[in-house]
Design a protein around this ligand. Structure first.
Ligand SMILES: C[S@@+](CC[C@H](N)C(=O)[O-])C[C@H]1O[C@@H](n2cnc3c(N)ncnc32)[C@H](O)[C@@H]1O
Length: 314
C-alpha cells in the first residue's frame, strides 16, 4: 500500500526534526544523532518549539509513571519509530521491567541497523548480563524489546507482546506519539478495548492532532494527502472531548487531556524562557495555531489506586 510507505516516512520527518532541535539545544539527547542523519534544511522555530513541548511533556509523564510504580512496570511504545526514551531513562537510572518498541518491519529493521552500529546504544540494551538476541528487524534483551508489527492487526500485537513476556498484572504504560491518527478508528478502538479488558492497571498516553475540523486542520489534512499520506484516524481528532471519549467508550476508567497550547504553559517556565531565546520567532500566531492542533490525552485504569488518576503535566 503506497500510503503505508508515506506513513513510515513520517518517522524520518519526526527523527529529523528532533535531531535539528537537539542540535539547536532545545533539549538534550545524545542518541538521536545515532539514529538519523543531520538535516540539510533549516526548520522554522515554531516547529522546534512544538517538538520541544511534545518531547518535554512525554519525558515528564514517562518519568512520573516509573516513579509512581517504583520501576515495577512495563512500557509499550506503539509506533515508536526512532524514539530514544529507553536510553535517556537509563541515563537517569530509571527503567521499567520491560520496555517494548513496536513499529512496521521496515522501521524496526532500520532501528536494528543503527543500534548495531553504535556501541553506546547496544551496550545499554545488553546490560551487565549481555543477554541479547538480534535479528534483522527485532531485538530481545532483558528489559528491552524492539518488535515488528502492523498495529492494525490486534492478534499480531497480542502475539508480539506475548513474545516479550509482557505481564497483564504489572502496571503498564502504553504510549503513542503521533501514531494513532494514521490508523483507522475501529482498529485503534480494538487495541484500546483489549488493553482495558486485559491489563489490571494501565495508562495510555496519546499525543497527536486535535481540533481538526477547522480550516487549519483541513489544510493540514490536504497537505498530507498531497504527499500520499492519509490521516485514516482523523475522525477521533475532532476535539479534546472526542479524544477522551475514545478511552471512556472502550472501558477505561477515566481520561484527561490538554491541547499543546495548554501544555506549553504548564511546562517549567524557566526552561521555556531559555528555549524561547534560542531562535527569534515573529510568527507567534502560527505557533499558537500549531499548538492548538495537537494534544496530549491520557486514559487510565487503576483499580488499586496507585495514583494514575492524579497524574498530570503540572
Ligand atoms: C510520526 S511517526 C512517530 C514516531 C515516534 N513515535 C516519534 O514520535 O518520534 C509515526 C510512526 O508510527 C508508525 N506507524 C503508523 N502506523 C502504524 C501501524 N499500522 N503499525 C505499526 N506502526 C505504525 C510509523 O511507521 C512511524 O514510525
Amino acid at each position: 500500500m503506497a500510503s503505508d510507505d508515506a506513513v513510515r516516512a513520517t518517522n524520518d520527518d519526526a527523527a529529523n526534526c528532533k535531531r535539528y532541535a537537539v542540535e539547536k539545544k532545545y533539549w538534550s539527547d545524545p542518541y538521536i544523532a545515532m539514529l538519523t542523519p543531520r538535516s540539510s534544511s533549516k526548520h522554522a522555530p515554531e516547529i522546534s518549539r512544538g517538538y520541544y513541548a511534545r518531547v518535554t511533556a512525554m519525558r515528564s509523564m514517562l518519568q512520573k509513571f516509573i516513579k509512581i510504580t517504583g520501576g515495577e512496570c512495563q512500557i509499550v511504545n506503539l509506533g515508536a519509530g526512532f524514539d530514544t526514551n529507553y536510553w535517556l531513562l537509563k541515563d537517569i537510572e530509571l527503567s521499567a521491567k520491560a520496555f517494548v518498541e513496536v513499529d512496521f518491519p521496515t522501521v524496526t529493521a532500520k532501528k536494528v541497523f543503527h543500534i548495531k552500529k553504535h556501541a553506546s546504544l547496544l551496550e545499554k540494551i545488553a546490560g551487565e548480563d549481555g543477554d541479547i538476541q538480534l535479528s534483522k528487524s527485532e531485538i530481545h534483551a532483558t528489559d528491552y524489546h524492539l518488535v515488528e508489527c502492523n498495529l492494525r492487526n490486534l492478534n499480531e500485537l497480542k502475539a508480539k507482546l506475548h513474545d516479550c513476556h509482557i505481564e497483564l498484572a504489572l502496571p503498564t504504560l502504553f504510549i503513542a506519539e503521533c501514531v494513532l491518527v494514521y490508523i483507522d478508528v475501529s482498529s485503534v478502538n480494538e487495541i484500546l478495548k483489549w488493553i482495558a479488558e486485559s491489563f489490571t492497571t494501565a495508562l495510555f498516553i496519546n499525543y497527536e492532532q486535535v481540533n481538526m475540523t477547522d480550516r487549519f486542520g483541513q489544510v493540514m489534512i490536504e497537505n498530507l494527502k498531497s504527499r500520499d499520506c492519509y490521516l485514516s484516524g482523523v475522525d477521533a481528532c475532532a476535539s479534546l472531548d472526542s479524544q477522551k471519549e475514545r478511552f471512556t467508550s472502550q472501558g477505561w476508567e477515566g481520561a484527561d487531556g490538554m491541547d499543546m497550547a495548554m501544555v506549553y504553559n504548564c511546562l517549567p517556565q524557566a526552561d521555556v524562557h531559555r528555549i524561547e531565546k534560542i531562535e527569534f520567532m515573529d510568527e507567534k500566531e502560527l505557533l499558537e495555531q500549531l499548538l492548538k492542533h495537537y494534544c496530549f490525552v491520557w486514559g487510565w485504569k487503576d483499580p488499586n489506586n496507585i495514583g494514575l488518576a492524579a497524574l498530570d503535566l503540572t
